[in-house]
Design a binder for this molecule. Structure first.
Ligand code: NAD
Ligand code: DAU
Length: 332
């Protein structure tokens, strides 16, 4: 049994990981989360009190992170400002949380000599052409495009420097786009599903040709647990499930599953600097650590996700109007 400190555990992927760990191991989990607009305690409802505790706080708070890190065996760091569109309108919180917050945590992990796992994104590598046969690997040079992805790239480089200069016992994973239940309605898939439920036409940025490499959040959680169990400190692992799809196809799939014509969407103003394509080569994780994704069928995963949003309106409804009002100001 290990004591795992999970930062950002009230967010989309962090809460999925907390459930995954409690369901599949005997570890104890403490979540440290600031409960920003993106954090939701309802995503952690019903967890066993003897194996789970929650602390509301900021990862930039040095004395709090020091105390919680000292009490843990392992720190798994999910907390971040995570949405590209927000970073284009107000970058400052991204610098505070993603850079200073990560720095604060790795200082605590260094001081107490604790195993650290840093959750990052494929966006640190920039983007690919549509027809490029190459995919991102662990040796692809960093080339981030947005304030969000550049702060994530900065946080990765801090962790790498702490490994090399101070011997921090850290691993890093860079994952592609996650989907599944409990994702905030600002993100692409839940935004379109909840728009359709509300009788609003889905909104595609630009021509809708941009490609994302989709992975179910459960497969991401399984990969992170595999890295904690078998990963080599100092190493980076890319996580992806060969799920490339363009945005237009995803919207058509959602519309069809929800009983509407596949072309019942609108094109809206494109995202500035919009990355064209992400694609992950996860051979290292598969061959060295034996991880394989289980949610191979994206169409079935989308159907389940639609059913979840239909059934759990009480979870997303409080966020919906404010999110759409924000997009309206941005012309999206
Ligand atoms: P999210 O926005 O849903 O959740 C972020 C969580 O972090 C929230 O609960 C929020 O309250 C918390 N948080 C924010 N600032 C904090 C602070 N200063 N102190 C403590 N807690 C704070 O994000 P997500 O989509 O679950 O992403 C989680 C992590 O996974 C991020 O590091 C992100 O970069 C990474 N990631 C996400 C994806 C994806 O597709 N969503 C893919 C790859 C990597
Ligand atoms: O690749 C991993 C990244 O995936 C994570 O690091 C980020 O935290 C996560 O938010 C996600 O970033 P994206 O910018 O790819 O995700 P988003 O859901 O915002 O958008 C997915 C695609 O859909 C992107 O090409 C933009 C487009 N889009 C998005 C919205 C919200 C639309 O066409 N319409 C929309 O309304």
């Amino acid at each position: 049994m290990q004591k795992i400190l999970v930062t950002g555990g009230a967010g989309f992927i962090g809460s999925n990981f907390v459930h995954y760990v409690l369901d599949n191991t005997d570890h104890h989990v403490t979540v440290l989360d600031k409960l920003t607009y993106a954090g939701n305690l309802a995503s952690l409802a019903g967890l066993p009190a003897e194996r789970f505790s929650f602390v509301q706080g900021d990862i930039c708070d040095g004395s709090l992170t020091d105390r919680l890190t000292a009490a843990a065996d392992v720190v798994v760091h999910y907390a971040a400002e995570s949405h590209n569109d927000n970073s284009l309108h107000d970058p400052r919180p991204f610098l505070d949380t993603n850079i200073i917050g990560t720095y604060t945590l790795i200082e605590a992990a260094r001081k107490h000599n604790k195993r650290f796992h840093h959750i990052s994104t494929d966006e640190v590598y920039g983007d690919l052409e549509l027809e490029d046969p190459e995919r991102f690997t662990e040796s692809t040079p960093y080339n981030p495009s947005s304030p969000y992805s550049s702060t994530k790239a900065g946080s990765d480089l801090l962790v790498r420097a702490w490994v090399r200069s101070f011997g921090l016992q850290a691993t890093i994973s860079n994952c592609s786009n996650n989907y599944g239940p409990y994702q905030h309605v600002e993100k692409f898939i839940p935004r379109q599903i909840t728009n359709v439920i509300d009788g609003i036409r889905p909104k595609l940025y630009g021509a809708g040709e941009n490609v994302r490499d989709w992975i179910h959040a459960n497969d991401h959680s399984a990969a992170v647990l595999t890295i904690l169990d078998k990963g080599v400190t100092g190493e980076t692992y890319l996580i992806g499930a060969d799920g490339e799809k363009n945005n237009k196809d995803v919207v058509e799939q959602i519309l069809t599953h929800m009983g509407l014509p596949g072309d019942a969407y609108d094109h809206v103003t494109d995202r500035p600097g919009h990355d064209l394509r992400y694609a992950i080569d996860s051979s290292k994780l598969r061959s060295e650590l034996g991880w394989v994704p289980k949610f191979a069928n994206f169409d079935a995963g989308i159907e389940d996700t639609i059913a979840w949003y239909r059934k759990h309106e009480e979870w997303w409804r409080p966020q919906k109007a404010a999110t759409e009002a924000r997009y309206q100001v941005q012309g999206q």
